[in-house]
Design a protein around this ligand. Structure first.
Ligand SMILES: [Zn+2]
Length: 141
């Protein structure tokens, strides 16, 4: 799984482009439901009647509270569904961004291991001169 620096750079640019092109998103879910009204003589109280609806709502969490919003028109409901789907896309993007960063972070660490900076080398020499019996750590291999 070794990628070149150029490949990693292209990957990063691709991810940033993806983020820039991402649609507006929101957390939550869109649900449809039927309800019964308060008029006992209404058809919705008859057995087998689905009730009034479907009504579409958007619900989301704020802390430990669930909040909701009625979506009155079909266009509003469609837009809300897109926004919620975009959030799934964003979360998928975030997962990829995290993976990219951690791969890059590993690469940085391996670079730091194989190519010690001059000042680190100087410091090690100084330390080993000071205490001759100092145990060599794994990082000096
Ligand atoms: Zn009713």
């Amino acid at each position: 799984m070794t990628k070149t620096e150029e490949e990693r750079k292209r990957e990063r640019e691709g991810l940033l482009e993806e983020l820039a092109g991402m649609g507006i998103f929101r957390r939550g879910s869109v649900n449809e439901f039927f309800r019964r009204c308060g008029t006992p003589s209404c058809h919705c109280h008859r057995q087998g009647d689905p009730g009034h609806g479907p009504q579409t709502t958007l619900t989301w969490k704020e802390g430990d509270k669930t909040r909701g919003r009625n979506l009155a028109t079909r266009a509003e409901a469609e837009r809300a569904r897109e926004q919620v789907e975009n959030h799934d896309r964003f979360r998928e993007w975030l997962r990829k961004w995290q993976a990219w960063n951690e791969e890059q972070a590993d690469w940085e660490l391996s670079q730091a291991r194989t190519e010690p900076r001059p000042e680190e080398t100087a410091l090690k020499k100084k330390l080993s001169r000071r205490s001759g019996k100092r145990r060599r750590g794994k990082s000096s291999v």
